[in-house]
Design a binder for this molecule. Sequence first.
Ligand SMILES: O=C(O)[C@H](O)[C@@H](O)[C@H](O)[C@H](O)COP(=O)(O)O
Length: 239
Amino acid sequence: MFHIYSTSEQASQALASYFAEAAKEAVQTQGRFTVALTGGSSPKQLYQILANSPYRDSIPWNKTFVFWGDERSVPFNDSRNNAKMTFEALLNHVPVPKDQIYPMSGEIPADESARQYEGILQKHFAGQPPQFDLILLGLGENGHTASLFPYTPVLEEKERWVKEVYLTDQQMYRITLTAPFINQAKKIAFILFGSSKAQVLYDVVKGKYQPDFLPAQLIKPSSGKLHWFIDEAAAHLVK
Ligand SMILES: O=C(O)[C@H](O)[C@@H](O)[C@H](O)[C@H](O)COP(=O)(O)O
């Protein structure tokens, strides 16, 4: 479902409200809210909105468990680290217990980090279906989402929940939730803005299915809901 707004600010406000509703609903039904955050520039406004009232005061942060959809394999203090950005924009300002926040480690080799993260998730979901209540995702101009990049082996992964991927052009490992695992989520919300995303958004949702080339096409929740929070500039080809 598309949620299209004139400005990125309005779209971020709408997603903040959706986030808050998802959190309250999850806590009411299961006693906790499990969310995966995204990196990139698009969610920063959302995080800043969530860090301030009314959301800072109304979301059940003390029952919220925070994970990430992907991470660059760089130390936490590196400016490219997704968790660092999220702490600065959101997590340092809201009362989520620190032991309920699970950054992917960039301090150990990426393959170990991916296995470690899978272990953390298995423990978190022990005895329950491994379903995030909400996963936030961005969309890159080349069709990637999380760290599911075109023509990378991780796109073929069917068993693992979390996997490392080496990106030759960036000369960097990244760690990512895999598409089959993301697709278990109850709610998935993409956030993207600007005319530079219009063509890729069109290609992903209306174009030919070619997920090796456009990995975001792999995101199809098996029983959950898929939402797109976008501005007019990004939406103009899909409307
Ligand atoms: O770590 C990251 O960068 C992301 O998880 C990545 O998948 C991002 O969401 C897209 O690249 C879109 O990024 P923008 O929002 O900056 O366009």
